[in-house]
Design a binder for this molecule. Sequence first.
Ligand code: AMP
Length: 285
Amino acid sequence: MIPQVATIEDVRRQVDAARAGGLRVGLVPTMGALHEGHVRLVERCRAECGFVVVSIFVNPTQFGPSEDFTRYPRSLDRDRELAAGAGCDLVFAPGVATIYPRGEDAFHLEHPTLFGRLEGASRPGHFRGVATVVLKLFEIVGPDLAFFGQKDYQQQVVIRRMVEDLNLRVAVRVVPTVREPDGLALSSRNVYLNPDQRQAAASLSRALELAQAAVGSGVRDPERVRQILRETIESEALAELDYAEVVDAETLESMSELAPGRRAVALLAVRFGSTRLIDNALLPE
Ligand code: AMP
């Protein structure tokens, strides 16, 4: 079994030793319940870094009061094995009191526009929790490189912007989404789906592919693209659309026209019963 530590002192000691040995340090932040998507991130990290840290922390501050924090899947022993197999050197799995010793009575990050869009509109406070915990993990671990999935599109935009705006000394890498054979993006939340919902969940990637194809064949009106997304999701009886958006790939502002030189991304959030899934795809330029 690879080493696992839970305290800030222990993880810093190991990282300091690795860096003193001349190794480049990489961090893959996760909430555990690891799957092949996480494995890909760890492999990418391994390819560029001599010392690979995977953090496993189900961060309470990024969950809303009625969300799945308490029932979020937890599988630490299996996670350690998967992480080790992908090339991880150290698992950092702190407790909530280690990360938030003062509870809610603590500093946090805000952003005036980015945090309120898309996921932020549906999940108030989510990005405040995400950005704050990622900044803390960066400060605790001190990585040279950190790896995030494109699967959580807005999250990687938020993290890259945070690194730029706060002049953090870490390079952010974004890794393409790993999918099931039918297109469903791997997610720790997929285990919540019953067989019928699981089948219906392939509609997200199908809708995104149709959107890409439409733009590829000349559609320039984002509203038409949104309509394609909506219609594909709404044709699934078990799916309940939260949002279907086409936004600027960097600012996340809603677009009224697809124009050359401005990258657009299509994003979906869809509920299947109490399970909420997200997915996204960059649109052809
Ligand atoms: P999570 O444990 O869900 O917080 O995810 C940890 C990291 O893994 C985040 O950067 C996610 O974007 C990334 N991730 C999750 N699912 C996938 C996937 N299917 N493909 C690539 N990266 C993923």
